[in-house]
Design a protein around this ligand. Sequence first.
Ligand SMILES: CC(C)(COP(=O)(O)OP(=O)(O)OC[C@H]1O[C@@H](n2cnc3c(N)ncnc32)[C@H](O)[C@@H]1OP(=O)(O)O)[C@@H](O)C(=O)NCCC(=O)NCCS
Length: 185
Amino acid sequence: MISGAQPTLHTERLVLRPFELTDAPVVEKLAGEFAIADTTLAIPHPYPDGAAEQWISRHGPGFAAGTLAEYAITTPDGALIGDIGLFVNPSHALAELGYWVGVPFWGRGYATEAGRAILALGFGAFQLHRIQARYFIRNPSSGRVLEKLGMRREGIHRKAVRKWDRFEDVALCASLVSEWRGSAA
Ligand SMILES: CC(C)(COP(=O)(O)OP(=O)(O)OC[C@H]1O[C@@H](n2cnc3c(N)ncnc32)[C@H](O)[C@@H]1OP(=O)(O)O)[C@@H](O)C(=O)NCCC(=O)NCCS
């Protein structure tokens, strides 16, 4: 269990920091792109006015409760380019990883770089046993991110969720702390 303020994380090219309410307009712009909503389960389209503020205002209480670690992916010059977070289930020392990167910033390895830092936080300070992630199988770039993070694909849930008007096949990937330690060694 992690206590105190949510730490800022630094990687080679990125700074992962807690969101601030002033980030809301950029979140609405970036997450408001159809391409972001299309392959995520919970992001609506069009992105409702005011939804970003509400979403950001839930992060602090979630972190304090030990159930959420949501991070703004930013560049060292301060630009917000995406989001990454862990939804923690403390009873099982388990978390679900979720992320998006703004369309103009795709393909530069940012999701993977941010993901490595979040796995280190989860398996380190949060003392998690397992971190898992799910993605629509029609979204191979997300599958590739998880593969680059060293996650193992465990199976496919056929037509498991409804997105827009269609049911999606969803792949489940995960890393156990022992595997993560082994890969980091
Ligand atoms: C998925 C997403 C986060 C990836 O972000 P990113 O910063 O571009 O990811 P990275 O650059 O770290 O890695 C992407 C990898 O996917 C690969 N890729 C891209 N399109 C691909 C495709 N159609 N098929 C296979 N691989 C693909 C890239 O080549 C890269 O792999 P590489 O480094 O081996 O070349 C981003 O596309 C996104 O935000 N999508 C919309 C929201 C979303 O789907 N979130 C995830 C929900 S599970």
